[in-house]
Design a protein around this ligand. Sequence first.
Ligand code: LR7
Ligand code: MN
Length: 581
Amino acid sequence: VKITSSLSKQHVKGKDVNHNEEKFELRAVDKSGVNATKEPAKSIIKAKAEEDSKDNSTVARKTGVHKVVSLDLTLSPRDANAVGQFGQPALVASHEDAVVRKRWNEGHFNVYLSDQIPVDRAIPDTRPDTCAQNLVHDDLPSTSVIFCFVDEVWSTLLRSVHSVLNRSPPHLLKEIILVDDFSTKDNLKAPLDEYMSQFPKVRIIRLKERQGLIRARLAGAAAAEGEVLTFLDSHVECNVGWLEPLLERVYQDRKKVPCPVIEVISDKDLSYMLVDNFQRGIFKWPLVFGWSALPEEYIKKNNMTISDPIRCPVMAGGLFSIDKKYFYELGAYDPGLDVWGGENMEISFKIWMCGGEIEIIPCSRVGHIFRGQNPYKFPKDRQKTVERNLVRVAEVWLDEYKDLFYGHGYHHLLDRKANDIGNLTEQIELRKRLKCKSFKWYLDNVYPDMNAPLVKAEGQVFNRGLRKCLALQKGSLSFELCDLSKQSQHFNYTWLRHIRQHDLCVSSQSESNGFALQTCENAKPELRWFHKSSKAEHLITEFVSRHMCLEAGPQGDTLHLNRCVPSNTFQKWQFTHYHAQ
Ligand code: LR7
Ligand code: MN
């Protein structure tokens, strides 16, 4: 499987955002919230609190509320003619193409252009209309914002930091922690220290060797003093009013893990683009992150509006808030995960299976530059690094469903000798200690629209030439008249490509062109049979192992391997039920 990021880019709305200055200024006037207009608790909060109290997990607190603070500290005066101002697409003249291309690889986006855009540019307020009227509590917890970076582009790193400083209510922003994951660029050393020294809230932590984003986040979390941790990628722009809606959810229930809507900052023209509504994070096999719209019926059934929190089976990974104590109760991240990838699956499964919830909060919006490639080096092979991370996650969290992970192109990872995944004891212990629910529970309750059949096919194995079914009796295989009631005729064709009855698997023996029965073992390649099922052939196809086909003898007294001949019906097999191709 090639690991790509194609799925991970949010679908950008067909219609462009309103880059209208007027609208922007209109919103920006709404600074009243800074001094908290104390209005009675009503509407949204009340409705939500009632809804939440149904599960008894929320402590109802009686404090004041105010309208969400929609401030943007550097709003005026602003140079309306600056490049990229208000999130508009910025253009470079054609004679600059060469320099754009030359500097592209510094960050795998238009670095040349980014450097010309003000570090505190305005962006359009893309929240649904009702968001600015929402009420949040006066005594929200404070947060530490943690940015990890390795060789981040100067202008995008600064823009990320400024967007937090300018658009977060100061009393809620405990600090900004920049974790430098052993960058090599000179400007990220003394010049960055110097630049950030003008902001007392910004702290820089320097890692002494490259740790990867997962352990870098752990280092940031360990140093954090806020009650809530807020993780962000280092090439983002937080939008107006982004923070309070996140903290409000944590306040209502410390086991809620809210994520902002991640909008798209174009890698080419750096414009700020809206994404579709009702999007949630999902995964497909083999644990590939993606976005998918909530099912229409679900939206109707729950009377959802575009500003309601969206339950989210998995998070994208980079942008979320979490109660600091809760983060540690969950065992934080598996520190054995390297560099990049998989940690979003790990924390998502952990949160849901161990009693928490992940939500996307449409009233909180943060732009992110989606890049075609990672602009930094992986200490080891990228593909292998990500695969190893995913195997760790699969082995700890997926239970019997890990077969689906391996079965989607990762069979080779079952060979532990070739793939050292490190020690998992602590992670497995943690799951036990936290008494987390099963992966089946997660699928049934959190992601019911996920199709996850445990076997690819099951039932009788009918041979077309012989017109009889395979049977396993007294430890050996034979053919019998098909009889649905006989358990001896029931086999599974698994994701690991085993033809299996209980613990026994059909194995090919290349020397003798025969077969044998063996105890099923994941790592043995001789137990894997490639079985293509296609509707066109009425699901009757071959079992292929080592380029040879499983064949029944004409009298039904043998079962052997033979050269594959498409017209040979004694090589055609059919299971009763097929759950997946
Ligand atoms: O070794 C590293 N050390 C780091 O500090 C590698 C990366 N990093 C930093 C890096 O500088 C950046 O700030 O970690 C951050 C994330 O790395 P990216 O931007 O290269 O990741 P990404 O945006 O391609 O990938 C997404 O998936 C990752 C899986 O490990 C992380 O969870 C990222 O945080 C995550 N990004 C998002 O969720 C933003 C939305 C993208 C989507 C979908
Ligand atoms: Mn990123």
